[in-house]
Design a binder for this molecule. Sequence first.
Ligand code: AMP
Length: 214
Amino acid sequence: MKLILLGPPGVGKGTQAQKICEQFDSVQISTGDMLRSEIAAGTALGKKADRIISEGSLVPDDIILGMIKNRLFVGEKPTNYILDGFPRTIEQAKGLEKLYSDHHDSLDKVLLFEAPEEMIIDRISARRSCSNCKKVYHLVAMPPKKKGVCDSCGGKLVQREDDKPETIKKRLKVYHEQTEPLVDFYKKRQLLEKIDATGTPEDVAKKVMTVLKG
Ligand code: AMP
């Protein structure tokens, strides 16, 4: 199964991607995580991305499409995966379509997660993630068993620099301007399924499973 998770930053895409991976034999492919690994490794791409990410803007389409091409179609190719945080522009979506057509492959579904903006801001503000394995927590709705420590690997939980209030508003604006047009793009291709993302992570996961199994 090949899925795209679409929706504003902080709506819960990463959390649901983790849950889908637990239920189905799937891998989560997050362009944000890939970029953060480049930053941690101090590569040239990482240095460029770091500046762009900290100001809440988008990394150029050609860089992102190059990373996705390598991850999906070069070397060991995953068969079941969830694209989390990609595509984020019409250009990226068209680039992905071209890659699928070149490789005689296709997408199965695009899940659009929807929640009111105040809830999104609250979720982003309370988000912490493991600096080691990237597992995502919410300080209230999904806290770790031990404060500041990842349940899965014992790694240190941190707040992402771009989750701080100054950057959140900019990221939401970028979402509305550059990513939201993808809703129509995938609606026209009859791939879009809307998910009400306002409940607890478990409630939302139930809705996701209904859509995926239906
Ligand atoms: P995320 O972890 O998905 O919230 O992404 C964090 C940041 O990485 C975004 O705010 C962008 O600056 C950058 N980024 C991640 N994915 C993409 C993408 N598909 N296109 C452009 N920039 C991206």
